[in-house]
Ligand binder design. Sequence first.
Ligand SMILES: Cc1cc2nc3c(=O)[nH]c(=O)nc-3n(C[C@H](O)[C@H](O)[C@H](O)COP(=O)(O)OP(=O)(O)OC[C@H]3O[C@@H](n4cnc5c(N)ncnc54)[C@H](O)[C@@H]3O)c2cc1C
Length: 353
Amino acid sequence: MAMEKVDIIGGGIAGLALAGMLDPGRFDVTVYEQRTELPAVGTTLAMWPEAQQALSRLGILGAVRSRGAIIKAGALRRPSGEALLSMEGEGLLGVSRPELLRLLDTAVPASVHRVGGRADSLSGAAALTVGADGVNSIVRRNSWGRRSAAKPTPFLAVRGVVPGTPSPQDVGEYWGRGEIFGLAPAIGGSNWYASFRSELGPDKVDVAEALEVTRQRYANYSSAVRDVLSQANPDTSLAQRIWTTPPMGRYTHGNLALVGDAAHAMTPNLGRGACEALIDAVTLGGLLNNHSVDQALAAYNRRRVFRTQLLRLASSAMGTVALAQGAQLWRDALLTQVGKRVGGNREGAGTSK
Ligand SMILES: Cc1cc2nc3c(=O)[nH]c(=O)nc-3n(C[C@H](O)[C@H](O)[C@H](O)COP(=O)(O)OP(=O)(O)OC[C@H]3O[C@@H](n4cnc5c(N)ncnc54)[C@H](O)[C@@H]3O)c2cc1C
């Protein structure tokens, strides 16, 4: 039987996972990737259990576990560090983005062709072209039209890694008035992130300037937060405006399909974007291996559109609550009551290797 040609635009999390899933006996796969090396800064991505199953199907869950940290618990905190709500036992796995990309790469069969540089147009010669090219996908723009263009949110995300393991009493997400700050252990240090409204961006953001703005913004936070920010430097930090995609009713169009952020870029408030990118890729790859391309694409829409669009909305709703400016006192009072009902404000959030 003749091999079916699949072009994957984008070799990030979704693109590599799809290339790793497709049956090399049936598909002649090419991955187009503009990045020339792994990202230099490795902030942590939280992998939820379903994403861990996807990693297991790719055969790399053990390797990711050995290079990541199990997140056993977390707390929502006031800026002072006082816990509003503690949560345990979600079984999240934290792994740095460069490490995840490196391990996904090991799952890609040697028969997959790699083309470097930016793909600016689609050849149309493949049986299937997949847009795994992130929030500003050219595949989506070319075929779904201008109304599918990504839009910047008003929120800046600044994040990085600093040396030293944080104390369990300081780990968690701090919710202030219109801003959040997160702190968690990572391999080789502490992973931190901050998000708030900002005029910086929406395209390229100067990291040193963003760090300065962040230090000023969090000057009244607990000493743990201030210590982390005083150690942060531009070489080990990232800053960007958060962009999201509009609602989408289908992730396929003729012989095109979208996976990951190209289909459903969401705000990072639920920590689901990379997880869903992996699940998209593994679902689509598994369907393609076992059905005709047309049948697989139809089933892919049925399995993935509703869930991911719901998560896109839920992430944005979570962001609205977390980044509340006016209703912050009500929000914190409510969280404190919830915390009491679910077992008190337990301290001791943390992770283990
Ligand atoms: C601040 C922040 C924190 C986050 N935290 C989490 C978290 O804890 N957990 C989680 O699950 N998710 C998280 N996410 C979301 C996650 O980063 C994304 O959902 C994920 O990276 C999407 O993967 P992707 O492969 O679809 O897209 P991308 O990671 O954007 O990869 C797209 C790839 O395509 C390439 N590309 C693009 N255009 C072209 C082209 N024309 N030609 C060739 N190559 C091209 C790019 O170079 C890139 O390698 C976070 C996001 C942000 C902004």
